[in-house]
Design a protein around this ligand. Structure first.
Ligand code: AMP
Ligand code: MG
Length: 491
């Protein structure tokens, strides 16, 4: 374990790509930067001690005042489809990659977000406001606690610099941690430049999908086969990711192709949301007036985004039908994770064909009655024994009672002991989720330099399944005022 962030072993594999892939440049200085919170779990993952987080060196690096020793600081270029429309060149408009830490747990890129203008900022100011930074900082840990693939965050730095959005706010910087920040949009960017496209594909396969080069026999695959296998792996990982989102009631909010990780991680937390009252067509992003990224469209949007990724690989001279064939892996991969998660959440031993109808009617019940997503699932484990208590939370109790009776019949087919089933279900249905109003309370405290709410939320969200006496209000339904909270692309 290492006591200073400046002593970490650092590589720069992304910076070894040709110069066209990025611009080397330092972050912009902040005024009165201070670490509001540092994440001990992520620090340990990087091989840093707890003590390292309170060193002045740490603030220097995570505020962007000094480079990561051995690292090359850069902003990467990419493109993308935004809200279904080709947006052309984008890129890290307010992010700086510091380098890649080599630790016993693997290689981790550190990237500052909100760290100032870059050549890819377009009209933006290169900054991120405190509220969106708190939300990003919390989101990675909430997803990790649920076992959902995600980027993480090491530190949240706050500063006095004013940032102009609808009102004047203050700047903050999150240090994000991920094996890679390459996106679908990185491939789309090079679609008209086959040489660079091949370089990027080779880089990603070599570093993150090396198994795609080896055929089942252990022999090296032909280059085209390796690319097809790579695409298939991305299809499968992305499908599984979205299945996790669906069963957690998570809405990403901005599933543009530039916000889709090539590693199948949840990335770029902006106007995301964990649903309170379930609405199948819930849209968490106030800026998404068409509802393109509603909860119930996320799987088809992911598939559309993968189609864009596959299309961007065409200039490599691959057979179009062979590329397209990889997309057919989406549905089975999605259903595999979706069914497994639902089996766990419903306490079923395995998925039976009739369970589709049972689950569809469960979603319909929650939707009709705008029932709380998280608490409805959590309450299911003991619902068959306490039908009256369970249906009490529903407006149309008869509809809820009828469904529970069917569910009870389905459980009887498994013949599983209740006690065992209840324990398993309570490990699959979280009690605590990062509800908007909880994040809002953490934001309000953070504005006063008070990280105590962040600390409490991280403690609960790292293990959201274990009930903790004294924290009842964090497990409660959202208060009425929560529905007035609006999250948008403004961040
Ligand atoms: P997002 O919707 O946050 O994924 O951002 C889309 C693109 O806009 C990315 O290229 C971002 O880097 C860029 N961007 C967003 N906000 C800003 C900002 N305040 N300053 C500069 N670039 C930004
Ligand atoms: Mg983005």
């Amino acid at each position: 374990m290492i006591d200073s962030i400046k002593q970490l072993q650092v590589r720069n594999s992304f910076a070894e790509l040709p110069p066209a892939f990025y611009t080397l440049l330092p972050p912009q200085k902040l005024s009165n930067a201070r670490v509001l919170h540092a994440n001990v779990d992520v620090a340990l993952m990087l091989g840093l001690t707890r003590a390292a987080l309170t060193e002045p060196d740490f603030l220097d690096v995570v505020s962007g005042a000094s480079p990561l020793p051995g690292g090359k600081t850069l902003a990467a270029v990419y493109s993308g489809h935004q809200f279904g429309i080709w947006a052309g060149q984008l890129g890290d408009g307010r992010a700086h990659l510091l380098g890649e830490v080599v630790s016993p747990s693997g290689h981790w890129e550190l990237q500052l977000k909100g760290s100032g203008r870059t050549p890819y900022s377009r009209m933006g100011d290169g900054r991120a406001v405190l509220r969106s930074s708190v939300r990003e900082y919390l989101a990675g840990e909430a997803m990790a606690g649920l076992g959902i693939p995600t980027t993480r965050a090491l530190a949240l730095v706050v500063a006095d610099d004013p940032v102009y959005r609808e009102t004047v706010e203050t700047a903050a910087v999150v240090t994000r941690v991920s094996p890679s920040f390459v996106r679908f949009g990185s491939f789309e960017h090079w679609s008209s430049s086959p040489e660079n496209l091949r370089t990027l594909v080779d880089y990603v396969i070599d570093n993150f999908y090396p198994e795609c080069r080896d055929a089942a026999s252990g022999e090296a695959a032909a280059p085209d086969d390796a690319i097809l296998r790579f695409l298939r792996s991305v299809v499968v990982k992305t499908a599984a990711l979205v299945a996790h989102w669906q069963t957690a009631g998570f809405c990403h909010g901005v599933m543009n192709t530039d916000n889709m990780s090539i590693l199948g991680l949840t990335i770029d937390y902006g106007p995301y949301g964990f649903m309170d009252a379930f609405q199948a067509n819930h849209v968490c992003n106030h800026s998404d007036t068409q509802g393109r990224y509603a909860w119930n469209t996320q799987p088809s949007v992911a598939h559309w985004n993968l189609y864009r990724l596959a299309s961007s690989l065409l200039p490599l001279g691959l057979d179009a039908e062979a590329l397209k064939a990889q997309l057919a892996h989406f549905e089975p991969a999605f259903l595999q994770t979706y069914h497994r998660n639902l089996c766990n959440k419903l306490g079923l031993l395995n998925w039976q064909p009739e369970d589709d109808a049972l689950v569809d009617d469960w979603w319909a019940l929650l939707h009709h009655q705008a029932a709380d997503f998280t608490l409805s699932f959590r309450g299911l484990s003991v619902a068959p024994q306490n039908v009256d208590a369970f249906v009490n939370d529903f407006q149309d109790q008869a509809e809820a009672r009828a469904w529970i009776e069917r569910y009870r019949g389905r459980l009887a087919l498994d013949g599983r002991p209740d006690a065992e089933r209840i324990v398993q279900m309570n490990r699959s249905n979280p009690l605590y989720v990062l509800r908007n109003h909880l994040a809002e309370a953490a934001i309000q405290a953070a504005k006063k330099d008070d990280a105590s709410e962040i600390e409490t939320l991280l403690m609960l969200l790292r293990d959201p399944y274990t009930e903790r006496p004294g924290y009842e209000r964090y497990a409660a339904k959202a208060p009425d005022w929560a529905c007035q909270l609006e999250v948008s692309c403004s961040s």
